[in-house]
Ligand binder design. Sequence first.
Ligand SMILES: *Cc1c(COP(=O)(O)O)cnc(C)c1O
Length: 375
Amino acid sequence: MKIEFYRHSIEESDIDRVSKVLRSIFITTGEVVRDFEKDLQTYLDAKNAIGMTSCTAALQLSLLAWGIGRDDEVITSPMSFCATANAILHAGATPVFVDVEEETGNLNAELIENRITRKTKALLPVHLYGQMCDMKRIRQIADRNGLLIIEDAAHCIEGLREGVKVGQLGHAACFSFYATKNITSGEGGAITTNDFDKAELLRILRLHGIDKSAADRYTKKYEHWDMPVLGWKYNMDNIQAALLLGQLQRIEKSWSRRDEISMKYEEAFGSLKQIKLMKTVPHSRHARHLFTIQVPEEKRDSILIALQNRGIGVAVNYRAIHLLKYYRETFGYKNGDFPVAEDIGKRTISLPLYPSLKDEEVDFVIQVVLEEAKS
Ligand SMILES: *Cc1c(COP(=O)(O)O)cnc(C)c1O
């Protein structure tokens, strides 16, 4: 049996929608992007959504739109994909890490205030694997200290905690439609925000800083455009949006199947002393982006190889960011700086989790993991 780590769920209807765009004259940012943005807004109960080329770009521009840059510090999690901290550097600011909770891998709110300095301008929590952070608590800390909140919601479109969705207590939330995310256009991203002025600015910043888009020039008679600010080239195009529209309509169905699979894994591994699982926090809906197990550090890499030898695709999400070479060499981070994140990074294994995974495949993954973890 060969079980891929991830398979996308693109259907014929999605391909038809993309074909329709390709047969039309207008393939860059236009009406289809607008349609997708509107659907995303509705799904997330957000006032604005802005289609981007990636979550990395979304994070960078969100920081910049709120005026965060040089000499500013942004508090974030070392237990994330490096894009999270990289985006802070792209904005010209400095990432300041705070260790994570053992039970969820999310930013430990208890530790945030110790790390706030006069330079701190924002908090950048990551909803790891799809479990939402304690946004009510994080919002209180932000309000008390006059800080901005930008959420890295790359794993968590479907998340909910105590009735709060992603983006509702933050100033902006950033999403990824990268090849292995819950909905995907190969590459892609988005920002949601309830701030109309910032949304307007973000639309300008994603397209060079010019005040009229190609769609404006195409749909209306030619008007001269100006460039009031220096922007980037991070606009989502109609082809990406066409691929995403149908997946967003099916998002709940896909989530249900991932939830079902996750519960099967939890049932199979929950009582095993050799395997530790992350917790789903009460009163929350886990977006179920990744399912991870934690095994003893000295056995992790051999189990990774054993699973692959038996045809099971795996991943490591993530080795702690501060121990990556660039971060060690640039900022002098070392082993022991953020012990909880480091421990997760040395013990974690991600198992296959996607809607098209069949029951027999889930059973096989469970059987092999049990054999390898016990041996
Ligand atoms: C994938 C991912 C990103 C980056 O998304 P891109 O769209 O590839 O830029 C950022 N943060 C987290 C937590 C991710 O998993």
